[in-house]
Design a protein around this ligand. Structure first.
Ligand SMILES: [Zn+2]
Length: 323
């Protein structure tokens, strides 16, 4: 009965999309848990078809590995160690990997930053960008304890989760090359400043220096490891390219990925905005209802392999089947 009910709900959602209706259903937004509690078992169909299975536990180990370096704000030894680790890992899987170095001065401090860019697949046809940020915030400015607010966060969810999914996907891309060009870019300096003037540094630099990596469209992953995963359509993504966002969330519904909510949520400034500004359709897949955001409690125990798998299932479907 649960399955039938779920199928009916998906039909309603799909019909809704088909009719260009974005009211989705007041019912869903009033009672989103009604959708989320009935999550069906994740289908492995897509990953099997791809010839390589996304290993959620393996992705979770990558999340933990980043956290073992400690907080990873620009300028710290852990930041350098993490950069070397990520570069070395991507080298195992990609056609090519490059650092995109840039400097940025904030409050008299000059930062040495690096985006890490890996290329996969064939140069023919469209290019899909997959992105996450690999730095972590130097200040826990939302921590409930005032004495913690100048300390750096660990960033298990805010940073490490998106990178973990993309590194595990990189392994799959090596196992079975995709039918399009995939660029994975790990942005630096996303979470640096106290104000947004000194944030999204790496993505702004990338957007102004696309060069040979210029994508046709892209997906940003940020804060997707939360155990209690809830991902509405991010509003900047929706406002800029509603048809593109609709296609992606429709795919999530078709895959039975209930944490993807079929409604438009908050507008969240993030690394996708600089790319949208230069004309690249981007969606931000983000769970912004994470109670440990920018606190010292953003730790591994708040995250789950299952959440990484939910998001990876959608991304892998788009990589291999297109939109
Ligand atoms: Zn953050």
């Amino acid at each position: 009965m649960k399955t039938q009910w779920h199928v009916q709900l998906l039909l309603i959602i799909n019909l809704c999309f088909g009719g260009l209706c974005i009211a989705y259903s007041a019912q869903d937004s009033e009672n989103p848990s009604a959708v989320r509690k009935d999550t069906p078992p994740l289908s492995k169909t897509i990953t099997r078809k791809a010839g390589a299975v996304f290993e959620a536990q393996r992705a979770f180990e990558i999340l933990k590995k980043q956290c073992e370096f400690g907080p990873r704000p620009p300028g710290s030894p852990a930041h350098r160690e993490t950069r070397n680790y990520l570069f070395t890992e991507l080298k195992k899987y990609a056609n090519s990997v490059a650092l995109q170095p840039h400097q940025y001065t904030a409050n008299g401090v000059t930062l040495q930053l690096n985006n890490i860019i890996a290329e996969f697949g064939t140069p023919i046809g469209e290019t899909l960008l997959l992105a996450a940020h690999w730095d972590t915030r130097p200040i826990a400015d939302h921590d409930p304890e005032p004495e913690n607010r100048d300390k750096p966060i660990l960033g298990a969810n805010d940073g490490a989760s998106g990178v973990a999914v993309l590194l595990e996907i990189a392994r799959i891309l090596k196992h079975k090359p995709p039918p399009r060009r995939i660029i994975i870019v790990l942005f630096d300096g996303e979470d640096y400043g106290r104000s947004i003037d000194d944030m999204f540094i790496g993505s702004r630099f990338f957007a102004q220096n696309l060069g040979k990596w210029k994508p046709d469209y892209g997906i940003l992953l940020d804060m997707i490891g939360d155990k209690d995963l809830s991902i509405p359509i991010e509003r900047y993504s929706w406002n800029a390219n509603p048809e593109f966002a609709k296609l992606i969330w429709s795919r999530a519904a078709a895959l039975g990925l209930a944490p993807f909510q079929q409604r438009v949520g908050a507008a969240i400034m993030d690394d996708h905005v600089p790319l949208i500004k230069v004309g690249i359709p981007m969606v931000n897949i983000i769970d912004f209802t994470y109670p440990y955001w920018h606190t010292l409690e953003d730790t591994v125990d708040k995250c789950s392999p299952k959440s990484l798998e939910v998001v990876a299932t959608l991304v892998i479907s788009i990589i291999y089947d297109g939109l």
